[in-house]
Ligand binder design. Structure first.
Ligand code: 5GP
Ligand code: MN
Length: 334
């Protein structure tokens, strides 16, 4: 981030402000961790922050401190629009293009308040007044830690803010496994633990709170897994009917895509999840090392993300989507 931008933001934050903080639609651990971490930091600095999520966040994040204050745009458009209109400043966290907030985009584009983007996705759009974008970071939460430090406020980071930051670093790094996990990441984690962040409790809250039906849904997804061995690719599917059979609730499919990469020699994997309400197939892509799923998702499935983790969608039926995917994969040289 440019020194002039830091100084401008320090000036903006020098007096109490009404501030909206926005994660992407279907927020994950990094999106909720970073927005709530920033929320607690701004509260501590005498501001009036509100986190407005475009839609519901999953239950497995509901223990995050401050999550009970989060407003859900798609449930209460009128009130959320009013909060946005009255905001002096708008932070957008963990996304790089306004369409990532869904319907809320139409409201955001009309806002006159300055925008501050903090994000680690590739190719950020040019909508923010101040942009802290860096794809070398594994998580927006790690960037938030640096952002607060750049503002010369590192001493404000306490166990509450740290808990939020820890959550996003943990979830977006695949529990410290993915590229982008650096010595600095671990140094930050060490500092957070010293501040009292409960590093052994948080993974349990996030990952070991599964319902029986979620495990059965995982079992079905694993049974549905197909391997295209000659192209080092695997993929799985979950239809709406299968989701219904296992009493799907939001968050239940989180992380399932990663199993496709745990097969020896597989470099590229995907999961196709039917959403009858939205009339789309939502797709998650994951890869190892050199294969760029961000580009693949952008080129073929109206999506994007990072080199090794991206998402997209398809308006075709499940069968047609799979056909399209298999055709594309057959032309890949991985
Ligand atoms: P996931 O597969 O966990 O939903 O998403 C993986 C990564 O890709 C995340 O960083 C997420 O923000 C991004 N992503 C997921 N879906 C989309 C999409 O439809 N469009 C774009 N641009 N990025 C996406
Ligand atoms: Mn992220």
């Amino acid at each position: 981030m440019k020194i002039q931008d830091i100084q401008a933001i320090q000036l903006l934050l020098a007096t109490p402000k009404k501030i909206a903080i926005i994660p992407h639609r279907s927020p994950d651990g990094d999106a909720m961790g970073s927005t709530l971490g920033l929320y607690h930091f701004l509260l501590k600095n005498n501001h009036f922050p509100t986190v407005i999520a475009p839609n519901e966040f999953p239950d497995f994040l509901a223990w995050l401190p401050g999550s009970e204050t989060v407003k859900i745009f798609e449930k209460d458009k009128e009130n959320c629009t009013k909060i946005l209109e009255e905001s002096d400043l708008i932070f957008t966290l963990d996304f790089n293009a306004l369409h990532r907030v869904g319907e809320m985009e139409h409201v955001l584009v009309k806002m006159k308040a300055p925008f501050i983007m903090i994000d680690h996705h590739q190719k950020p759009d040019d909508y923010s007044t101040y942009t802290y974008s860096d794809t070398s970071f594994g998580s927006t939460c790690e960037m938030l830690y640096n952002f607060i430090s750049l503002l010369d406020k590192k001493e404000d980071i306490d166990a509450t803010i740290g808990t939020c930051i820890y959550t996003g670093i943990l979830t977006d790094s695949g529990s410290f496994r993915y590229t982008g996990t650096t010595g600095n990441t671990h140094r930050i984690i060490a500092e957070l633990i010293d501040l009292g962040v409960e590093n052994t409790k948080i993974p349990t809250l996030l990952f070991d709170n599964s319902s029986y039906s979620r495990l059965q849904l995982l079992g079905r997804a694993l049974q549905n897994l197909k391997v295209l061995a000659s192209h080092k690719t695997s993929y799985s599917t979950l239809t709406q009917e299968e989701l219904n059979t296992f009493n799907y609730v939001k968050g239940d499919t989180e992380g399932i895509v990663n199993y496709g990469l745990s097969i020896k020699d597989i470099i590229f994997t995907a999961i196709f999840i039917e959403n009858k309400d939205e009339k789309i197939i939502k797709i998650s892509f994951r890869s190892q090392a050199g294969f760029d799923v961000n580009q693949f998702a952008r080129d073929h499935f109206n999506g994007g993300g990072h080199i090794n983790a991206a998402g997209g969608k398809s308006d075709l039926s499940m069968e047609e989507t799979i056909q399209k995917f298999e055709n594309l994969v057959s032309k890949l040289t991985i």
